[in-house]
Design a protein around this ligand. Sequence first.
Ligand code: SIN
Ligand code: FE
Length: 310
Amino acid sequence: MTTIAVLDLTGWRPALTPEAQETAVRTIEDGGVLMLPHVSFELSKLEKRFLSPAWSDGRAKNISVEKRKFSVAAGAVTPERESGDLVLKGARGDPADLKQLAALVARFAERAATLVSTLCPRYAPYVTQARTSFRPQPATGRDVSWRKDDSRLHVDAFPSRPNQGARILRVFTNLHPAEDRVWRVGEPFEAMATTLLPRIRPPVPGLAALLQALHVTKGRRSGYDHLMLNLHDCAKADLAYQRDSAQTTVRFAPGTTWVCFSDQVMHAAVSGQYMMEQTIHLPVAALYDHARSPLAILERLTGRALVPAH
Ligand code: SIN
Ligand code: FE
């Protein structure tokens, strides 16, 4: 089963015994979920007004800040220039309110970066990259296509963002004052891939180059990206898999923070509202043990190299 490890740490730069550090790294890289019930993101009295879906602009699913642009080439994550002011996307409101909301989101980004650098010091050079989001909408109930339906078990893989084996690490915090965030967590990555890989057809020749040329994708889809997107889709499309595959319900209480590789943990939103989320892109070389990554598992299962040599 997928491991859910609970560590009784406090604060965003927690004091860690060597055993706790080992548990954190092992849980995360083995494709488990690290749950920290006492690492909470405090909102000031004034900031509590942001706990309302009214701040969403009604179009975007999340309110987000992208602090830095990044590019992924041949498995390496390269920071580009600092983009200057924080840009808040997906929100509406007065400029003064939005400035405070952007500051809240930026504070979470900083806390999450500190936490990950403390838990997994090898990841520290990469923690300031990628997107931070505030999710004020209920976790489920939006009218979306099956492919976008995150209430179905899936691993994260994004059509427009090939990542050539680079990892998607995510830090989440439940901001709701009273309600749990509830997930279903599915079977380990290797078991899921063993079941679903035989259904995946090879990529259409020339398609990856065409999508890149048309800027549909940022960069070129590799064999790895093709498989990850198809695993995401195959799992979500298969209602029998959704119902019958091994899974457990996991409840994240108010004030809980959790960390996992969302490209590895099979997860599905069940319920909850008001959550912060930080995405961190890690090159494969930053991992403590590359052999446990989805890239290594998929290369082993298919017997092929899935990203260009570098
Ligand atoms: C997801 O990241 O797939 C959804 C998680 C959530 O909304 O809790
Ligand atoms: Fe997801």
